[in-house]
Design a protein around this ligand. Structure first.
Ligand code: ZN
Length: 333
């Protein structure tokens, strides 16, 4: 969810906080409460804290694992150079370690304020490995990801034990490095979830609805990435898979292989300010039901809505719930 304007610059990824000290903590608490109540009001069945305590979905977690230099980033060829030749990557200055849960207090805060199932999201090993510059050095991306997956697993286990209903690992890079997903990405994902009793979810999208990403999507013609990755997930311990379908050119028949898994189908385009009518959302759900059985279909957004205005994000969330309600009525649910 986007941050309220009093907390940080709106509609921007990685925007700096506008508050500090106690005001920042109180501001984050208030923003979480605001989005929890908006999700409930819209009628969402599974809620989250809106990631209001993180400037960015990767940064907000890794900054607690050891020294990371965000101020003097290195240039790196990341995301398969899909969006740009080089990207600014935070420098990992020392070997990371996990000493205590990073998101435990945030989970407890959210659980104390809602009776609905709560989801927590964590950045995945392949995506983190691709997003940082490893100053420690002397290891491959796979080795870096393996070391990180060990720490991530400790976090996932502690959140699961504390009552997180769904733990979602975000791996957008699974839609880029399909060979590496097969070689080591899936293994690291499984390692991250080892011993976790909460629902295990993975989010694989084509990126946030930002200008550079939209430019790539508009020019892209190859949408075969899920064809390579989803059969591997079908054979894994993952319970739920979050897929982008609203804004991509993905042929939904690719979902056929996920029989028996829960599929979070993206039926909201997060790259536009315009709010889809509920009927459009319902049509997207009906289309997905040709490939996913109703009891395994969870209507969802394509990705996060950080770059959207609050008004648009709230409207899209309401449209999501209203579209799902239309279909549920037809099903007699
Ligand atoms: Zn995403």
């Amino acid at each position: 969810m986007p941050k309220p304007e009093w907390l940080s610059d709106p509609e921007q990824l990685r925007a700096p906080w506008r508050q500090k000290g106690t005001a920042l903590v109180e501001g984050q608490d208030d923003a979480v409460a605001l989005w929890l109540s908006a999700q409930e009001r819209a009628g969402l069945d599974i809620v989250c804290d809106g990631e209001q305590r993180r400037r960015h979905y990767i940064w907000g977690f890794i900054e607690h694992l050891g020294s990371v230099d965000f101020e003097n980033p290195a240039k790196k060829k990341s995301r398969g150079q899909r969006y740009s030749e080089e990207t600014a990557a935070p420098r990992v200055l020392e070997e990371w370690s996990w000493t205590e849960p990073v998101l435990l207090d945030a989970l407890r805060f959210a659980k104390a304020r809602t009776n609905r199932p709560v989801k927590v999201t964590l950045p995945g090993p392949m995506t983190v490995s691709d997003s940082v510059y490893d100053e420690v050095g002397g290891r491959s991306d796979a080795d870096f990801a393996a070391a990180y997956a060990t720490l991530l697993n400790k976090e996932a286990r502690s959140l699961s034990a504390a009552g997180a209903d769904v733990i979602q690992i975000d791996e957008p890079c699974f839609n880029i490095y399909t060979d590496e997903v097969k070689d080591w990405g899936m293994e690291m994902l499984e390692k991250s979830f080892d011993g976790v009793s909460a629902k295990r979810a993975v989010h694989i999208c084509y990126g946030y609805g930002t200008e550079v990403v939209l430019k790539w999507k508009n020019a892209n013609t190859d949408w075969s990435h899920y064809d390579a990755t989803l059969p591997l997930i079908a054979d894994s311990s993952i319970d739920q898979i979050s897929i982008e379908t609203a804004a991509s050119g993905v042929d939904l028949s690719v979902l056929d292989c996920l029989d028996g898994k829960d599929v979070m189908v993206g039926v909201i385009d997060v790259g536009t300010e315009e709010v889809e009518p509920a009927q459009v959302v319902a049509n997207r759900i009906r289309h997905a039901m040709e490939h996913v059985s109703a009891e395994h279909l969870i209507a969802c957004t394509d990705c996060g809505m950080v770059p959207r205005s609050r008004r648009s994000a709230e409207g899209k969330m309401n449209a999501l719930a209203a579209g799902a309600a239309l279909v549920n009525r037809e099903l007699g649910a």
